[in-house]
Design a protein around this ligand. Structure first.
Ligand SMILES: *[C@@H]1O[C@H](CO)[C@@H](O)[C@H](O)[C@H]1NC(C)=O
Ligand SMILES: *[C@@H]1O[C@H](CO)[C@@H](O)[C@H](O)[C@H]1NC(C)=O
Ligand SMILES: *[C@@H]1O[C@H](CO)[C@@H](O)[C@H](O)[C@H]1NC(C)=O
Ligand SMILES: *[C@@H]1O[C@H](CO)[C@@H](O)[C@H](O)[C@H]1NC(C)=O
Ligand SMILES: *[C@@H]1O[C@H](CO)[C@@H](O)[C@H](O)[C@H]1NC(C)=O
Ligand SMILES: *[C@@H]1O[C@H](CO)[C@@H](O)[C@H](O)[C@H]1NC(C)=O
Ligand SMILES: *[C@@H]1O[C@H](CO)[C@@H](O)[C@H](O)[C@H]1NC(C)=O
Ligand SMILES: *[C@@H]1O[C@H](CO)[C@@H](O)[C@H](O)[C@H]1NC(C)=O
Ligand SMILES: *[C@@H]1O[C@H](CO)[C@@H](O)[C@H](O)[C@H]1NC(C)=O
Ligand SMILES: *[C@@H]1O[C@H](CO)[C@@H](O)[C@H](O)[C@H]1NC(C)=O
Ligand SMILES: *[C@@H]1O[C@H](CO)[C@@H](O)[C@H](O)[C@H]1NC(C)=O
Ligand SMILES: *[C@@H]1O[C@H](CO)[C@@H](O)[C@H](O)[C@H]1NC(C)=O
Length: 768
């Protein structure tokens, strides 16, 4: 009992990773109040001061108001603002975040409201803010759209970024799709298709840049652009005006009177802001604000002498690892800087592939169930049996709820029902958040819609846990939706709990990520990343060899897949805290994404590694991959995963299944038993999958090394098997040997250097 409570506690600890926010906030804002133009900024008190005041200047009257000196919210205390936004009739100041939460202070310019009677309209985590002509919206709770004093918009879409225009708001979903809402017929329903990274909105038009560098504008007032620069760092739109800030600081504008005036045409800018008929920019050399466009600036283009040119943020959080030189001082000399926005290359030559929303071409298995694999669960009496009984009682007892601590992004164990009355085990969180990504709780209806009513045609696999469907979530992301069989069997429940808890706390390039789950109407559904290229098993053993599959065109590709998977397992063993033992490594649990990057999946059997020596547990796994020592001793260690991975390596090299028949009437043979004698006889060529062309002798040497390592992984004594870290290092080295691409080589070298002390252990596998 004790053990399981411990496990659950450990399972719910998560790591926090800083998220970059700076470029999603502006320190300069323009709006119209009646017939005047209002420009607001965070004005520095002096060149080296780390203190700024929120000041607005009316044009053409020149009247200036210092909002930092006014009373209202904060009771006369001088509040430090870090960003602002304005629209018709109001100004919003965003306070410097404290423990991840910011306040949003609202001043109304409406005639019937006291202009200095400000209100706090929001307090909480705010990831972006955008103001249009008359509305302001933000991203809260990681990725949910929230607009103030406007209508409600769908709350089940996760956005990366948003832009508010005239009477509409557009966003880029976490899958790169553009979705717009509101009243602007020229913009709505005309969203371009593709995978987008950057977005801006004006009064009646919007512009976006795709991942491939295609700049597209739509709506009325979208410009005909010629002489577009090669790259950009910012995009800002007004009424019939479109401006681009190139990465060297030059501003390019299209529209009436929008071209920068002679005075600053050759100057470099740090940021730009366009609204209505006005364009303002912050000069790089002296942080002065210069405005043009509107006639209101006719006699006065220098608006502020020195402003805070952007939001201060921790240096390590800068999205492109670079900051504007010299901003450390104005951010307070405490490690905060103003990040340089990322450079986006524009190329009008690249074609944007439009993702189709039709089911995937091939029906592949995701959990390995239709491979007719027997899943063997051995329950031994004695210690293991007792533990299992304990676990059943415990599972009944533990009624837990994961509560998100928003600032620290940790999962806490909030409630344990001591009465044990609760048969309905899980009340999972309404929103699981990890590293700034939201894992949403989906309603059954949403998933029903996403999978076309769980249509047979959307089925991509089935297994012990249930059936896996392909679907498109409301934000346009494709997902694999794993629906448990209706009957709530205990092992289904355990697998669901275990997988949910583990996936919530791991986040690694080589592990299939959790997007959300559903615990609605008695359903148990996990929503995970969709892996378009299916399982390694299918490519090796089920699908006919094809030229489009890198698994049949190059050994480097196969070894790369082995390395990817090994890195995922290494992460589970060595970097997850506490370590995780997967317990069901097999080729059908290694999935391939669209780039043929391999990721480890199916954590239904995984367990946290407890302190001390091997944990005991009923052995479980799949025939052919299960560590014989674990089976015998019931002692669970990482080395059991190493064994299973060794079997996968043998499959990759030989092309044989884990258990296969050598002839019609032969007894089934285990790949390790088949390989060993041949390997020791030195007849290695006989073992290598002939379906893959061998390019040169270096490859042959590499494959021989991998075979030898695989043989060490499947040794019967766990102690003498290598660790996953050693396996990763060997594979990195071997891949370098067959001339993997250059990036890979650099990565290998760096990682080996980083791991100085363990380098010597590599020699264990080295040939002479
Ligand atoms: C905006 O914030 C998101 C996090 O919500 C971050 O990933 C992204 O890089 C930011 N955008 C820019 C342009 O910095
Ligand atoms: C702007 O409107 C106000 C009244 O609302 C008027 O007093 C003022 O003269 C106008 N200013 C200009 C520049 O038109
Ligand atoms: C704005 O008000 C603050 C607080 O009263 C004051 O310290 C600051 O000097 C003022 N700034 C300007 C530019 O007047
Ligand atoms: C954000 O989270 C809070 C608390 O978890 C919740 O009350 C609120 O409804 C959420 N807002 C959105 C837009 O999801
Ligand atoms: C759209 O226009 C209608 C009628 O003009 C208005 O009631 C509604 O609030 C507008 N919606 C938005 C999002 O502006
Ligand atoms: C969109 O592009 C980004 C950046 O290039 C890439 O990481 C992402 O995988 C792409 N998304 C889709 C759905 O293609
Ligand atoms: C913007 O352009 C449209 C035509 O595309 C025109 O009807 C409208 O008057 C223009 N608006 C402004 C403020 O120039
Ligand atoms: C940026 O590059 C463009 C073209 O390459 C050049 O015309 C312009 O002068 C450069 N701007 C600055 C500020 O160096
Ligand atoms: C700019 O100055 C000229 C001459 O002093 C004046 O006629 C004009 O009205 C001014 N423009 C504005 C927008 O104040
Ligand atoms: C900053 O530089 C611009 C352009 O050279 C100049 O017009 C402006 O007066 C300068 N600002 C200050 C405060 O000197
Ligand atoms: C400005 O810097 C001083 C000393 O470097 C520090 O005490 C003060 O808190 C800082 N103020 C702000 C608003 O960061
Ligand atoms: C850029 O995107 C637009 C809109 O999606 C598309 O019509 C156009 O063909 C694309 N251009 C190129 C060169 O890919």
């Amino acid at each position: 009992m004790h053990l399981f409570l411990y496990l659950f506690l450990l399972l719910l600890i998560s790591v926090s990773i800083p998220v970059s926010l700076s470029a999603n906030f502006s320190t300069l804002s323009i709006t119209r109040v009646h017939n005047e133009t209002l420009v607001c900024a965070l004005v520095l008190r002096s060149a080296s001061s780390n203190t700024s005041d929120l000041i607005c200047t009316h044009f053409p009257s020149g009247e200036t108001i210092n909002y930092s000196s006014e009373g209202g919210y904060g009771g006369g205390r001088s509040i430090q603002y870090s960003a602002l936004a304005t629209a018709d009739d109001f100004l919003c100041g965003i306070t410097t975040p404290a423990q991840g939460k910011s306040s949003m202070i609202w001043w109304s310019f409406a005639d019937d409201e006291d202009p200095f009677n400000n209100k706090r309209v929001y307090w909480g985590p705010l990831l972006a803010i955008s103001a249009g002509d008359s509305h302001v919206c933000g991203l809260i709770n990681g990725s949910a759209l929230k607009c103030w004093r406007w209508q409600e918009f769908p709350d089940d879409i996760s956005f990366k970024t948003i832009a508010v225009g005239g009477e509409f708001v557009c966003g880029i979903t976490t899958c790169g799709m553009i979705k717009c809402f509101g009243n602007e017929t020229d913009v709505l329903m005309k969203e371009p298709e593709g995978n987008f990274t950057t977005l801006a909105a004006g009064s009646h038009h919007a512009c976006a840049v795709s991942a491939s560098g295609n700049l597209t504008c739509w709506g009325s007032g979208a410009p005909k652009m010629d002489h577009v620069p090669d790259d950009l760092v910012a995009l800002s739109l007004g009424t019939n005006i479109t401006c681009i800030l190139a990465s060297n600081g030059t501003v390019y504008c299209w529209g009436n009177r929008a071209t920068p005036p002679e005075l600053v045409a050759r100057e470099a800018f740090v940021s730009i802001e366009v609204k209505g008929d006005s364009v303002c920019g912050v000069l790089m050399k002296n942080y002065s604000v210069i405005c043009w466009g509107s006639k209101n600036f006719e006699n006065n283009s220098l608006v502020f002498e020195q402003v805070l040119p952007g939001m201060c943020a921790p240096e390590m959080s800068c999205p492109c690892n670079s900051s504007i030189p010299g901003t450390g001082t104005i951010c307070g000399n405490d490690g905060h800087v103003i990040c340089k926005p990322c450079t986006i290359s524009l190329s009008s030559k690249v074609n944007v592939p439009v993702p189709s929303a039709s089911p995937p071409p091939q029906n592949h298995s995701t959990t390995g169930g239709n491979n007719n694999r027997i899943r063997l669960v051995v329950i031994t009496i004695g210690i293991a049996g007792t533990l299992l009984a304990a676990s059943i009682v415990m599972v009944g007892l533990v009624f837990y709820k994961i509560v998100i601590n928003k600032e620290q992004r940790r999962f806490d164990l909030a409630r344990i029902d001591p009465t044990g009355q609760q048969p309905n085990l899980v009340r999972p969180p309404s929103l699981l958040r990890r590293n700034g990504l939201v894992s949403a709780e989906f309603t059954f209806r949403a998933l029903h819609r996403a999978t076309d009513s769980f249509a047979e045609g959307n089925k991509i696999g089935s297994g012990g846990f249930g059936t896996v469907y392909w679907g498109v979530l409301p934000d346009g992301c494709q997902a694999a939706i794993k629906r448990a069989h209706h009957k709530r069997r205990r092992h289904t429940e355990n697998a669901f709990l275990s997988e949910l808890a583990l996936l919530s706390r791991v986040n690694h390039k080589h592990l299939v990520g959790l997007l959300g789950f559903c615990d609605d109407r008695g359903e148990r559904i996990l929503v995970v990343e969709y892996m378009p290229n299916g399982t390694l098993y299918d490519h090796l053993h089920r699908l006919p060899p094809s030229d489009s599959s890198p698994l049949f065109t190059s050994w480097t590709a196969r070894l790369k897949i082995a390395l990817d998977a090994a890195r995922g397992i290494e992460y589970l063993h060595s970097y997850a805290v506490p370590g995780i033992i997967h317990r069901d490594i097999k080729s059908s649990n290694i999935l391939l994404d669209s780039q043929w990057t391999a990721k480890v999946s199916d954590f239904g059997l995984s367990m946290a590694r407890t302190a001390g020596t091997g944990a005991s547990a009923a052995s479980a796994g799949t025939v052919g991959y299960m560590d014989p020592e674990y089976y015998r001793l019931q002692e669970l260690t990482e080395k059991s995963d190493v064994y299973s991975f060794g079997v996968v390596l043998l499959e990759i090299i030989t092309g044989f299944k884990a258990v296969f028949k050598t002839g019609e009437d032969e007894e089934p043979c285990h790949v390790a038993e088949y390989v060993m004698p041949i390997l020791s006889s030195g007849d290695i060529a006989r073992l290598i999958d002939q379906r893959v062309p061998m390019t040169d002798t270096r490859e042959e040497v590499a494959i021989e090394k991998v075979l030898k390592m695989a043989a060490q992984c499947v040794r019967s004594r766990g102690r003498v098997r290598p660790t996953m870290r050693e396996v990763v290092m060997e594979l990195e080295w071997v891949l370098g040997l067959c001339g993997g691409d250059e990036d890979e080589m650099v990565e290998v070298v760096l990682e080996v250097e980083d791991r100085g002390s363990t380098v010597s252990s590599m020699s264990a596998f080295d040939m002479e």
